[in-house]
Design a protein around this ligand. Structure first.
Ligand SMILES: NC(=O)c1ccc[n+]([C@@H]2O[C@H](COP(=O)([O-])OP(=O)(O)OC[C@H]3O[C@@H](n4cnc5c(N)ncnc54)[C@H](OP(=O)(O)O)[C@@H]3O)[C@@H](O)[C@H]2O)c1
Length: 358
């Protein structure tokens, strides 16, 4: 080992020059490694969110941006004013790019997904009332749309896909033992969904099982998150189906309301669950995502307890007892959820601010 003040016997140059060169080389190597790491991190942090302007997806996009992700959001018409809230999100100007894409149009999805390490597939028709042609308007985009997304993911060499399914794909099973808690092994009975005209439940069950088959056959990493009734503050300016459920409570309709068990979860907690399922390498399979199981009448009473000025629905009809559901798997992934009161207060305040309570 030469001292700084000595002379290198091979080159006859002062040793300090040699040491300086070695140090520079080391520094350059470190810089290259750091640059490669940053590039890999940036690559991993580029994700696509389908149906970006919807109730759930808007929160997913907001949280992704706040975590430094670059987001490709698909919307059906980027010029539509109803998506303006997305461009106002923090960091959106630099890190959010909106793509025009429809679930029925493979090419449009393929362009949006190109370059992304992950895809969070949230888009799906969620009708708030019965539709004239459910097979075409609901089932087709849910099932074939999901397959289009997955094929585009395989093509684009996406590392992981999160599919937002629903407890609608879990609970519609009349043969499940009444006292047995429903978990991720339980699937809705497709025939039962059809004969009871539950086309949305049919579409989510068919789409999730098609996604799971596709993943197995094509070696694509697909994780499903199955939320219950999603409530909480809205970012988008329009009413989505589950928000309408709570808004209807505030209208105090005289119609009879079935007093069934609701599996409620906050939209912010769903968005966190979706991102957690993407980020945690050990996540796999499906995750039921519910926070509070509560009967409709109790939910309404809780709401009126917090907001006595709201008009109250009075007529409830007792319905068949439904099964308990468990989010145990998701909790083991370290998912947490907020209290129901917080969800209700934040919901009502945001509806008021958005002018959705008339
Ligand atoms: N809300 C709940 O209580 C709940 C519960 C369980 C699961 N989920 C699931 O969560 C996801 C999001 O639901 P949400 O409550 O956020 O509903 P939402 O606000 O109605 O959002 C649905 C999104 O899907 C998009 N979409 C529908 N059909 C499409 C098509 N053919 N091509 C492209 N995009 C299409 C819509 O786009 P446009 O804006 O252009 O209409 C919208 O952005 C869905 O997969 C739903 O099944 C929701």
């Amino acid at each position: 080992m030469l001292r700084k003040t000595e002379v290198d016997p091979l080159t006859h140059r002062p040793a300090y020059l040699l040491l300086l060169r070695r140090r520079r080389k080391k520094k350059k190597k470190k810089q290259i490694i750091r640059r490669v790491r940053v590039a890999m991190e940036v690559e991993r942090k580029r994700v696509c969110v389908t149906g970006a302007g919807g109730f759930v997806a808007s929160w997913v996009v907001k949280f992704l941006l706040s975590k430094g992700y670059v987001v490709h959001g698909t919307v059906r018409d980027p010029r539509d004013e109803k998506y303006a809230h997305l461009n106002k999100l923090e960091r959106a100007s630099d890190n959010l790019k909106l793509f025009k894409a429809d679930l029925s149009d493979y090419g449009s999805l393929r362009s949006a997904i190109e370059g992304c390490a992950g895809v969070l597939h949230v888009a799906c028709p969620v009708p708030s009332s019965s539709v004239p042609n459910p097979e075409v308007d609901v089932v087709e985009p849910a099932v074939n749309g999901t397959l289009n997304v997955l094929k585009a993911c395989s093509e684009a060499k996406v590392k992981r896909v999160i599919y937002v399914s629903s407890v609608a794909a879990v609970t519609m099973n009349p043969n499940w033992p009444k006292e047995q808690v429903m978990d991720e092994t339980c699937w809705s009975d497709k025939e039962y969904c059809k004969i009871t005209d539950n086309w949305y439940c049919f579409s989510k069950t068919e789409a999730e099982s098609a996604a799971s088959d596709y993943a197995r056959q094509n070696g694509l990493d697909v994780v499903a998150v199955c939320p219950g009734l999603i409530l909480g503050p809205v970012l988008q300016p329009t009413l989505n189906a589950s928000t309408l459920v709570l808004v209807k409570f505030t209208r105090g309709s005289e119609d009879s309301v079935p007093d069934r068990l609701r599996y409620v979860v906050d939209v912010r907690d769903v968005a966190e669950a979706v991102i957690m399922a993407y980020e945690k390498s050990k996540a796999e399979g499906r995750y039921i995502c519910i926070a509070h199981s509560i009967k409709t009448r109790d939910l309404a009473e809780k709401l009126y307890g917090l907001y006595p000025d709201l008009t109250c629905s009075k007529n409830y009809i007792e319905t068949q007892h439904n099964n308990k559901l468990s989010s145990e798997r998701l909790l083991k992934l370290e998912w947490t959820y907020r209290p129901l009161e917080e969800t209700l207060v934040d919901s009502i305040e945001s509806y008021r601010a958005a002018g959705l309570l008339k």
